[in-house]
Ligand binder design. Structure first.
Ligand SMILES: [Zn+2]
Length: 373
């Protein structure tokens, strides 16, 4: 999705002199992006490869940018009233499954197997196969709280952090506990969350390392950190050089630079892979790129090409899905997904160049329940 051309709010820009990951000052230009009458250069650190905006709005001015261009894109979701008794029943089943001991777990799996299958699909959708109990979740950058409202249905205790006052107000309308501001200002106790999630949030932050370190602090031992970001090394970015959401995305991660951020924050990376949840987006990038290249062509050529491309044709998107699966398998997918656990105290962060990239083809189908409470 594109926010369109935002109107430039008041406030001055800041220049970023050094890489936030390694401190290096050498960098190579990747592409300059123009929006709202400003130019935002995306550069790559010559030492570690981290891509970032070398010029960006100041942190204090970001809410004005978001309010102008961003929040209107995200809607509010409410469960229909008739579904509530159904969710109450499912929550009771979940309590049995996770807290009822071996016999109850077996009973749920054997007798309620269609529901058990659905529950596993739900966990997979939310990348939560590794959870061991229905506990407390924190969604950092929760927006209007749609994901938290969905988790609450299953019995999770839900908390959110969101810098936009407007989005906070809407999430609170849903009865959610949302701290308005940055994660490190929320003042959560140590080790209080089972799941912390940054879903397409880290790239928006002025200081991703600080946010990850705070996430590490509030995760309980055995807790799960879920991070999803756009993949700067992905085919869509590298082939078409398009950046989404300038100037909202201040960083552009690759699998190695994301892994270095995570390990430097005291997190152990359990799984890291690339993923293309919307193959159609790659196709749309290809379309807009093709159109730009054809802009100077004679009208007859342009019209012929347009008829061939046939624009937003869903069948074309389906044709693209196998290719997207291939891109994912070689690390060129549009997104990076990482699952992490707090590293044991005293664990040494990986040294420069030591962090190996582990791109897994898929998550395990049947996660072990050995750790279930
Ligand atoms: Zn660097």
């Amino acid at each position: 999705m594109s926010p369109g051309a935002p109107v430039r709010p008041a406030g001055v820009m800041e220049d970023v002199a050094a890489c936030a990951l390694c401190g290096g000052r050498e960098r190579t230009p990747f592409e300059d992006y123009r929006t709202a009458g400003e130019t935002f250069p995306l550069v790559e650190c010559a030492a570690c490869g981290l891509a970032y905006l070398a010029r960006r709005p100041r942190e204090a001015d970001m809410p004005a940018w978001y309010d102008l261009a961003y929040n209107a894109r995200h809607g509010l979701y409410r469960d229909p009233a008739w579904r509530r008794p159904l969710y109450a029943l499912l929550r009771a089943l979940l309590r049995l499954r996770y807290e009822g001991g071996d016999a109850a777990r077996l009973w749920v799996r054997r007798l309620a197997w269609p529901w058990e299958r659905k529950w596993r699909r739900i966990l997979a959708t939310h990348r939560m196969e590794r959870i061991t109990r229905i506990g407390a979740v924190l969604d950092v950058g929760c927006g209007r709280g749609a994901w938290l409202a969905a988790m609450r249905r299953w019995g999770f205790r839900c908390h959110g952090v969101e810098p936009s006052a407007e989005a906070c107000a809407r999430a609170r309308e849903l009865g959610l506990d949302v701290a308005c501001g940055q994660l490190w200002d929320a003042g959560y106790p140590d080790a209080c969350f089972d799941v912390v999630r940054f879903n397409h949030v880290l790239e928006h932050l002025h200081d991703p390392g600080r946010a990850l370190a705070e996430a590490r602090r509030v995760l309980r031992p055995g807790g799960l950190l879920i991070v999803a970001v756009p993949n700067h090394a992905g085919i869509a970015r590298q082939a078409f050089r398009q950046a989404e959401d300038v100037p909202f995305h201040l960083f552009a991660f690759t699998p190695p630079t994301l892994e270095r951020f995570l390990t430097a924050a005291g997190l152990e990376v359990l799984e890291l892979r690339t993923q293309t949840p919307h193959p159609f987006n790659v196709y749309a990038h290809f379309l807009s790129h093709a159109r730009r290249m054809l802009a100077g062509a004679p009208p007859a050529v342009r019209e012929g090409a347009e008829a061939f491309l046939s624009s937003e044709n869903p069948a074309r998107a389906r044709e693209f899905a196998p290719l997207a699966a291939f891109f994912d398998s070689v690390g060129l997918g549009t997104d990076i997904v990482a699952l992490c656990a707090p590293a044991p105290p005293g664990a040494r962060p990986a040294a420069d160049g030591e962090a190996g990239v582990r791109i897994l083809q898929s998550f395990p189908r049947e996660p072990s329940d050995a750790g279930s409470v």
